[in-house]
Design a protein around this ligand. Sequence first.
Ligand code: FE2
Ligand code: FE2
Length: 369
Amino acid sequence: MAIALEIQERYPSLPATSPIGQELDWAWLAGHSSEWGVHPKASPRGLTMMDVATGSYGDVPDHPVHRAMAARGADIDPDTPDMGYILNSKSDVWSDNVVELYEEAVARQWSATRDIPWSELRELPSDLEHAMCQLCTTLSEIEMIASDLPAKWMWRMNHDFLEAKMFLCTQIMDEARHSEVFRKRALANGGGLLKSRCGPETLLRTILEAKTYTQATALLHLLGEGFILDLFRQGEAIAPTDVEKKIFRMTMQDEARHVAYGTLHIRYAIEHDPDVAEEIHEALDHGEAAMVALGGSPDMSTALALLLAGGADKVDEVGFPLQRQLAANQFTSYLARCERAGVGRLERTKLPLELLGVDVEALRTKVAR
Ligand SMILES: [Fe+2]
Ligand SMILES: [Fe+2]
């Protein structure tokens, strides 16, 4: 292969063959059709993915031509192999906040080893320690679904949607850390892991077996993680000590990102393909029933009631009313989130809203505003 004239003239010392006689291809030294000479400006916090999304590098195609792992914006050979992606429309995976969320996730990584003040743990009354250990047992179990689910779908996503895949990588790491921190808390204070029963597993299977990614993300991000986010928001009331308060604060920040991605992904998907709304509704019809089963599962609800009561003495008088209030908050904010995502559930849901303590009229007024 001869060196192109343009390259030869510019770099006359370049050899045409390697020391062992192989022909060399220097075509990348010139003649690229990708943009050259871009100068992204770093923001005060450093060079972000938003900063480098400049010129054509910031264009995310609605329907990518390629099915390869090639970097978006590179000069791509037409015969690059098909990697078997099935999520090849931007609306399958995208959300308008995903690039910012990726940067935020990277900036806010924390360590369950270093950043929790484990040495401050003190012996708790046996009922509180048991309740905390039971809650941590269930949380450690269900956190990992939010790693497994993105991992199941990511390798099927077109590589041009790189930023969405990168964000899901951060979610996978976040959830590994959540499983880690709740496992560590269960073991760290003289207690241990307690009961695992079939209630949580039903919801986890429903999420994992969703037929499409958008159905899966509705079940995981809108429904499942939304409920967990509201649970962590109540961390101050649930936590017996500052150690658990810190755990809930840190995990809450992470969950807020996951829910923010899912909510805007669903909105993006519906805006670009209104037919997808019915598919999401069907998934949520099943998911809501599984969520009610999880909320009513004996171990989770009693452990939470005892923690909220501050001990066994006031479970009936204080714990269960607070736990019912927490559930009402969770369902209310889930329904509001669905509205924001463009899949209003108020007229469709089979949830017994009044029984769950949801103020339907207040929610309707809020939504109508
Ligand atoms: Fe999590
Ligand atoms: Fe999460």
